[in-house]
Design a protein around this ligand. Structure first.
Ligand code: ADP
Ligand code: MG
Length: 358
C-alpha cells in the first residue's frame, strides 16, 4: 500500500503527518494453556506517549507483538490509524519496534545497521545516506556511522537501535523495555531524551515497562496490566492518586492498603503525618495510634513501617530535613500517631479483584 492510499484519522493529521492511533478490541492470545492476553480493549491516540505498565508475565510484550503483527491474536481486532490491520503481516504495518536487547547486526557498521530497513524497501543509495545521517544526528550520534556496534557504549547502542527504527518514519513506535539494560543514571537521562524526542517527532509511542517511576514520568496515559488484563487506564496522576483497586495501589506506588469495617483503602506514604503520642491531633484529620516496627534510612528520606494498634501496617516517608540517620534509626519501637486527611484515603473496590502476579 502506498503512502497516498493510507487513511489517517483526522486527529493524526492534526498532530503529525506520520502519527497514527492504535485500537485493540477484544484481543486475546494464548500459548497452549497460558492465556497471555485475556481480552484487551485499548484506544491509543495519535501522537500520544502511551505506556503498558505491569509486572513480569502480565502480557505487555505479547500485546506489543500483536500490535506489531509478530503475533496473530486468537480473537479480536487491531486497528492502526482507523484501518483494520489484524490480517496484515508486520512489514505492511507502519510500525517499528525497539527491543531491550537492541538486536543490532554485530558484523555491520552502524550506518549499515541503520540503513537496513531502507535497503530492504529499495530506497536508493543517496537518499539512504542522507536519511541515515539525518537520523544519527537527531539521535545525537553524529560521526559514529563507520563504527561497529561493539565499539559503542550501551547507551549509544540503544540510540542506534532507536535510529534504526525511526529511519523508516513509522507512524507508531513500539518500545519494549528499551532502557532495561542501562544503569540507573543513564536510564534517567534516556527517559528525558525519549520523552522530548517523542514530543519533537509527534508520532505515537507505545512503551512497555515494569518500572512504575518510568511510567509515571514519561507517559501521557498508561494502562496497568495484570494477568493479561488491564486493571486501570488513565493519566499518571489519575492512576497514582485514584488507584482503582488494591493491585494498582500496590503496583503503582507503595502498597499501603488497610482494611477497616468491611472496606479497604490505601493511603500514600507521603500523605501521612507521623507525630509523637503527646502531640495535639490536627483538626479534620483521621488519626490512628501505632508503633514503629521498622526504619529504613535512605539518605534523602527515611521510610518507617508502623504497626497500627487496630491491626494492619502502613509505610510513612519523611524527608530528612533535620533528622540524622542515628535519630531516624533510634525511632524503632516508639509509639506514634499517624494522621492523614480524609481526602487522601483512597477507597478501593473489592469488585472484580484478581489476586497475585504471575
Ligand atoms: P510481559 O511482557 O508482561 O512480561 P509476556 O507477554 O511476555 O509478559 O508474557 C505473558 C505470558 O505469556 C507469560 O506467562 C509468558 O510466560 C507467556 N508467553 C509469552 N510468550 C510465550 C511464548 N512464545 N510461548 C509460551 N508462552 C509465552
Ligand atoms: Mg515483556
Amino acid at each position: 500500500m502506498s503512502v497516498q492510499e493510507r487513511t489517517f484519522g483526522e486527529q493524526a493529521l492534526a498532530i503529525s503527518p506520520h502519527a497514527a492511533g492504535v485500537r485493540l478490541a477484544g484481543v486475546r492470545k494464548s500459548y497452549g494453556d497460558v492465556v497471555a492476553v485475556d481480552g484487551v480493549d485499548l484506544e491509543i491516540e495519535a501522537g500520544e506517549f502511551f505506556t503498558l505498565l505491569g509486572p513480569s508475565g502480565s502480557g505487555k510484550t505479547t500485546t506489543l507483538r500483536v500490535i506489531a503483527g509478530f503475533e496473530r491474536p486468537d480473537d479480536g481486532r487491531v486497528e492502526l490509524g482507523g484501518v483494520d490491520v489484524t490480517d496484515r503481516p508486520p512489514y505492511l504495518r507502519d510500525v517499528n519496534t525497539v527491543f531491550q536487547d537492541y538486536a543490532l547486526f554485530p558484523h555491520m557498521t552502524i550506518a549499515d545497521n541503520v540503513a537496513y530497513g531502507l535497503r530492504v524497501k529499495g530506497v536508493g543509495r543517496a537518499e539512504r545516506k542522507a536519511r541515515v545521517d539525518d537520523v544519527l544526528e537527531t539521535m545525537r550520534l553524529p560521526g559514529v556511522g563507520g563504527r561497529k556496534p561493539s565499539q559503542l557504549s550501551g547507551g549509544q547502542r540503544q540510540r542506534v537501535a532507536l535510529a534504526r527504527a525511526l529511519v523508516n518514519q513509522p507512524e507508531v513506535l513500539l518500545l519494549d523495555e528499551p532502557l532495561g539494560a542501562l544503569d540507573l543514571k543513564l536510564r534517567q537521562e534516556m527517559q528525558l531524551f525519549l520523552k522530548s524526542l517523542q514530543q519533537e517527532l509527534g508520532i505515537t509511542f507505545v512503551y512497555v515497562t515494569h518500572d512504575q517511576d518510568e511510567a509515571l514520568t514519561m507517559s501521557d496515559r498508561l494502562a496497568v496490566f495484570n494477568l493479561g488484563q488491564i486493571e486501570q487506564l488513565g493519566s499518571p496522576a489519575e492512576v497514582y492518586e485514584r488507584p482503582a483497586n488494591a493491585f494498582v495501589a500496590g503496583f503503582v506506588g507503595v502498597s499501603n492498603v488497610i482494611e477497616r469495617d468491611g472496606s479497604r483503602f490505601a493511603v500514600r506514604p507521603e500523605k501521612i503525618r507521623m507525630t509523637e503520642t503527646d502531640t495535639a491531633p490536627t483538626a479534620g484529620s483521621h488519626a490512628e495510634p501505632g508503633r514503629i516496627k521498622g526504619v529504613v534510612y535512605a539518605g534523602m528520606v527515611t521510610r518507617y513501617v508502623v504497626e497500627l494498634d487496630r491491626g494492619g501496617e502502613l509505610q510513612v516517608v519523611r524527608q530528612n530535613l533535620e533528622t540524622s540517620s542515628a535519630e531516624a534509626l533510634d525511632a524503632q519501637g516508639r509509639n506514634v500517631i499517624l494522621e492523614w486527611r480524609p481526602e487522601h484515603q483512597l477507597e478501593l473496590d473489592w469488585e472484580g479483584e484478581r489476586e497475585g502476579e504471575r
